[in-house]
Design a protein around this ligand. Sequence first.
Ligand code: HEC
Ligand code: HEC
Length: 434
Amino acid sequence: MPRFCLLLLLLCAQRVLAAEDREAFNHPLPDLSAGQQVQFFEGRTLMHQSWIVAPSQDTQHDGLGPLYNQLACSSCHPKNGRGRTPDRRDERLQSALLRLSLPGPAGAAPRPHPAYGEQLNEQGIPGVPGEGSVFIDWQMQSLSLDDGQRLTLRRPRLRIVALAYGPLQGALTSLRVGPTLIGMGLLDAVSDETLHAMAAEPKPDGVRGRVNQLRGEDGQLRLGRFGLKANAPNLRQQIANAMLGDLGISSSLHPQQNCRPAQRACRAAPTGGEPELSEAQLDALTRYLALLQVPPARAATPATRHGAQLFMRLGCALCHRPQLRSGAQALAPQLAGQDFAPYSDLLLHDMGESLADHRPDYEAGGRDWRTAPLWGIGRIKAINEHSQFLHDGRARDLQEAILWHGGEAQTAQRRYRALSAQDREALLDFLRSL
Ligand code: HEC
Ligand code: HEC
């Protein structure tokens, strides 16, 4: 009997720990003021809010669409973690989206497709046809590591069907999965000077790193920090872009509905206010994401320590920087002047032909991606119950993510392939500890 009780207790403890692990991206910073707490909890509700069709009794949360991808922010950023790409060829996108544009002049904003805009909105409110559906076929290819171990990698091929507004003809496409949303306030507070300084630093192994620059609505040039090609200058702008592009919710930054000139039903649909997202709501959502805590890395073991050394020695840290410092301007006093470990430089790098989407975005070229922050990456499996990585979710584990690295990261990738099985495992162990 006592042994049975002990077993039960252990099982319970394990359950509690697992449940805590799943919530690791949901906690606020520990020292919020009373005002910040109010905004944090308001923002959290908005993050999970399913928006509804206008007009409705709930005037605070109506205005969905007319064209949209999902009902809620959290659909694509489940538990503030990562979305995924369908593994099956008949599965709809749940937490990913397809960016679109036409070829345009270098250095400029993406040129919207005349009929579909900059993103395929798969859904429409009643009376407004959704733009189309995306399905994925996976193409397999094999490769071997230097010690002879054979592996397969998969690459997505898009199947776009049921296009409701005519052919896509010559459109550039880019499949992207919703990324992890921890630490956004710290990234927002990285100063222009810091970004320029990192870009200017000479680096070995052919690694470069450039800032993305875009012209804001006020005509000012701003450095990009958010988005997988660093095409949004700050968190507020990124959130307003997501509100319009992903949910069809207008805001002070995007007062117009997301309808193309020929989408008549879309343009005639009732709106949920002008704008649909109030300033207070935009503010609360911005503070919520800014004030989310980055969970600490797990305690180091001999293997993870060895892995951390390899991470430096292979040249991973040239892009995935283990230390950054935020500037004086921040969305909250707690976020200013902080040292933190995003494992990113927020700069654009040419990642080679295999990862290219061939869709330029301001100064980001078709092979460029912003260094993906690696903080929290070891917790994705517990939080999101999958282990897909890279912009389009093609990597099925951390090793596959590394093996896709090319371009400026070719040298680091080759060095990884040449490691012994034991060293590879130590490096992966280190990544899993983040
Ligand atoms: C249909 C899926 C989808 C929905 C819904 C969605 N997102 Fe995203 N989110 C993405 C994708 C994909 C990216 C990467 C964007 C890019 O590079 O084009 C992203 C990027 C972001 C980023 C920047 C992350 C970074 O590291 O730079 C933030 C912040 C964000 N989303 C917040 C939101 C908020 C807030 C909402 C609700 C208004 C929302 N998202 C709704 C898919 C989605
Ligand atoms: C030249 C810069 C550079 C170097 C060097 C580099 N990376 Fe990356 N890494 C990136 C970029 C950019 C991405 C995002 C690519 C994408 O999504 O297609 C990325 C993505 C990743 C991801 C997936 C992250 C995610 O959220 O999907 C992992 C894991 C990773 N890198 C690990 C490593 C390791 C380990 C090394 C060293 C062997 C390394 N990287 C070297 C730039 C670099």
